[in-house]
Unconditional design. Sequence first.
Length: 348
Amino acid sequence: MDGGRLRLALRHDDAGRVVRAELRSHRPVAVCRVLVGKPVDKAVALVPLLFALCGRAQGAAAQAAVAAARGEGEVPDRARWAVLAEAVQEWLYPPLMGWSALSGMSETALMVQIRESTRAVMQNPDPINCEMLAAAVDALVSVDSDGQLVGPVASLWQRLLDLPFHEAPTRLLPGFAAADLLAAWPDQAEFCALPHWHGQAVEVGPLADYQHEPVVQEALHARGHGPLARFAARLCALRQAVQALQGQAPLPLVSAARCGDGCGLAVVRAARGPLAHRVTIGDDGLVADWQILAPTEWNFHPASPWVAALAGLSLPEAGQVAHWQAATLDPCVPCDVVPVAAKLNAAL
């Protein structure tokens, strides 16, 4: 299924300076309407097939939301292991491979091993597969005796440190539980497309979750809320994942809350941030309503401070910042950055 696109228009004057930036989403956020009217269990089975990315997280959120609506138990550990392995894959490959055009990196044998190990854990989360994945990730994000990163991770760190721009701060919202989101979720149809936290656009995901870690604080101080800080946060997330795979830390958070008769809300800590499903089951046992709130809608809100901060930059500088923002915020769909003359009334 086509996941849509994001489009960032850099409206500029005749001198080539950005007057304003306008971000619009062409994502089908109401894709879950196809689930309405279906038997609940069939709808749950269909959810992971609707999404090209984070299918395990989507499936776990669907299971947890339905369980909450029915007043049943929690998502089994097997599904949580799959969410963790999927997150490891997403935390690694966008920065180490997806950013390759921007960073000049290439895939290594160790990264291939990690890719294979994440698949093994998603299919069969037994202790042997989990330990193999933990060992491979630990080797990739290892440090030397002085506490310095080594290998391809160190190379990318230096490239990000050498970027010339210092990005504007955004409000960071750490991972939240379903009950917290339920209290902040207004009864408005557009909330899933334009989410806000008590009226403010926020950033979610690894940077928000690990913002207080020393290495992230160092990156924030050096280069602001940009690629370096987001990469540092992903490294923290990966180290936490290694501990979880070794049984030394809890599995990824999956929380749920009952919203009323036949209604449940679940939040999964997915790779890109909190993923929420809100499900209502009718008296006939069929899906009456299904809403999904994904991290991309939080991080690519048109009122985000990073969008506003592009105004005043030259087109080349704004284009570079925008491309890095799109790469490191890692939307689940492509993001097109398009220069548009301010005097033209070009449609987004």
